[in-house]
Design a protein around this ligand. Structure first.
Ligand SMILES: [Zn+2]
Length: 88
């Protein structure tokens, strides 16, 4: 496997979708090539980070968002009822 193959395959590798032969090829390239090794580890870290964030957001967002929405709707209504009062 060449560096450009490794570059192209990094996402498949991290997903474990390369297939056994290529996965082995990939691994042996990493042992010989520090720059591809570093790049792969970086991508892996990035992925883990993003995934953690996404999990966090999808867990926490709905309730918080709901609360915020309800609040702003209430605030909006209050504004309107006050405005009505002034007009009366
Ligand atoms: Zn390489």
């Amino acid at each position: 496997m060449l560096c450009r193959d490794v570059k192209r395959a990094v996402y498949l590798f991290l997903d474990g979708q390369l297939g056994e032969m290529k996965q082995n090829d990939y691994n042996s390239h990493l042992k010989l090539c520090p720059s591809c090794d570093t790049r792969t580890k970086l991508q892996e870290k990035l992925r883990r980070f993003v995934r953690k964030r996404v999990d966090h957001i999808s867990d926490a967002a709905p309730d918080r968002l709901k609360t915020r929405l309800v609040r702003s709707i209430r605030a909006f209504r209050n504004e309107w009822s006050r405005a009505d009062g002034v007009l009366d």
